[in-house]
Design a protein around this ligand. Sequence first.
Ligand SMILES: C[S@@+](CC[C@H](N)C(=O)[O-])C[C@H]1O[C@@H](n2cnc3c(N)ncnc32)[C@H](O)[C@@H]1O
Length: 257
Amino acid sequence: MPDRKTADLPGHWLFARLGKRVLRPGGLGLTHRMLADAQLAGADVVELAPGMGRTAKEILECSPATYTGVEADENAAGVVRSVVGAKGRVVTGGASETGLDADSADVVIGEAMLTMQTNAHKADIMREAFRVLRPGGRYAIHEMVLQPHDVPEAVKDEVRTALARSIKVNARPLTAEEWSELLTEAGFTVEKISYAPMALLEPHRLIADEGLFGALRFVFNVLRDSDARARVLNMRATFRRHRKNMGAIEVIASKPA
Ligand SMILES: C[S@@+](CC[C@H](N)C(=O)[O-])C[C@H]1O[C@@H](n2cnc3c(N)ncnc32)[C@H](O)[C@@H]1O
């Protein structure tokens, strides 16, 4: 992970440093739903931005034909390589230029990696997923969503600014309609949308995502580091303050056959 001061570290790297493995807004629950909807058995699967490899592990348990991870961060790519071992490969690179062959995958999966991009770059990544997929293939995403669908622009800006300040990542979540529109513009047909609360730092979700032991280890690591504690409490307060307007979304979109 990049060696940066705790105060400036992007939220996901701070969590990773504190031993948190699940770094996505809807938690493992929404991941499981998404993986079931994506139909992975026997499929050639590409995962964009696998992070700490937590979903990679779950994907491999679904018996895909092949697994390929594309991760921008060299250290994270190394962690994912050690998780997948001989059962897959991990390339280091950007999700908008994967270097993978066109029409070579049945499923492309990306979690908690589009929200942090500009809208133009979100579209670039979606177009790359479209290129890599075979006709009839499925693109599954799990991201942050702004709600309700008619949330005023001023509230959107307020949530985005609060998130960026707190997680130190330029988070630009979209409404469900905006996510669907971007996917449609990239050529996809939206097949399914599902939601979960954004509860990343709530005790019940920590235990569901990390297990009791993992949750306790995380809490212990947070308690013994005052800079990390300040950051984590600030993120939780931000998530709580804006919880009416923030959630997690799963979208399954298909490339027309
Ligand atoms: C918030 S973490 C999510 C990790 C994992 N998908 C999960 O849900 O637990 C974001 C990850 O996206 C990676 N990432 C961000 N932008 C990327 C890009 N353009 N191409 C590939 N990986 C990217 C980061 O290196 C990091 O591992």
